[in-house]
Design a protein around this ligand. Structure first.
Ligand SMILES: [Mg+2]
Length: 277
């Protein structure tokens, strides 16, 4: 479904007022960089999220491990209510069993993916304990890098679920939770009536697909979905043209939440569960 780009301020004014905000990290709250270690949450974005925080429950739902994400947030003014990592495999009550299986699967894959086993210079294996990402953004010959990665993936046992991202392949153990199942669990856990999910990449499409999930329809919950970038087909209801517009959206949303404060007081209690803080 092609969705028309919406100016960030208009988007903030026309969506159902969200009680829960769920954001992907890289490429959504933080500009993409060539190497994931270089990604930084901009100071202004952190401040805007901190401003919104008293009005909403805020969760980050990322492909990074939680430990890695926490490092990225450590020196900022923003502390999310929930950190959910590894595409939904870490940070929720249901994750425990999936995590044990994922640790085992990763131990089977690790030696085949480690640094030093790749011929194409620039391939970077990111070991996220429960899943893996193999980046080829830094390869001079990206075509060769991509082909080598695909051949290597073919040889893995058990066969991973592969989610192609921006110059990266994300490898998940078979039958893992994903951002969609994590989003549903989070909405049920926080008992909100309205939520927003924003992401920028193929892995986020699982989250956007939740919008038509029977659980939401049956419980009358509003979910707004927003994808950053207009290049790819998406299931998201709205798109922003580029990552640089996110701060404008957050600022306008904060203003609206602030002005609507009275509407929110009746459901504030009980929303913040000290789950993984
Ligand atoms: Mg992303």
């Amino acid at each position: 479904m092609p969705s028309r780009p919406t100016p960030p301020k208009s988007l903030a004014s026309l969506i159902p007022l969200p009680q829960l905000l769920v954001f992907d990290f890289d490429g959504t709250l933080a500009p993409l960089t060539n190497h994931p270690r270089d990604t930084v949450l901009p100071t202004q974005t952190a401040q805007l999220l901190a401003n919104i925080s008293p009005f909403c429950t805020i969760a980050l739902l990322t492909g990074r491990s939680i430990a890695d994400l926490r490092e990225k947030l450590a020196h900022t003014v923003f502390a999310p209510d929930f950190c959910i990592g590894n595409h939904g495999m870490e940070g929720l009550p249901s994750c425990e069993r999936a995590s044990a299986q994922a640790v085992k699967t990763m131990s089977q894959w690790r030696s085949a993916l480690e640094e030093g086993t790749w011929k194409t210079p620039g391939i970077f294996f990111e070991d996220k304990t429960l899943s893996a990402s193999i980046h080829f953004r830094e390869c001079q010959d990206q075509e060769s890098g991509q082909q080598e990665i695909l051949r290597r993936i073919e040889s893995l046992h058990p066969r991973p679920e592969v989610i192609e991202g921006k110059l990266v392949y994300n490898l998940l153990p078979p039958n893992s939770p994903n951002k969609g199942s994590a989003l549903i669990e989070l909405i049920a856990l926080t008992q909100v009536r309205s939520a927003l999910f924003m992401g920028d990449d193929v892995t986020d499409e699982h989250g956007f697909a939740v919008q038509t999930h029977a659980f939401l329809e049956q419980s009358g919950i509003d979910l707004t979905t927003v994808r950053i970038g207009t290049q790819c087909p998406t299931l998201a209801e709205f798109t922003l043209v580029e990552q640089g517009e996110v701060n404008l959206f957050l600022d306008a949303l904060h203003e609206r939440l602030f002005l609507s404060k009275g509407e929110f007081d009746h459901f504030r209690d009980g929303l913040r569960l000290p789950l993984n803080s």
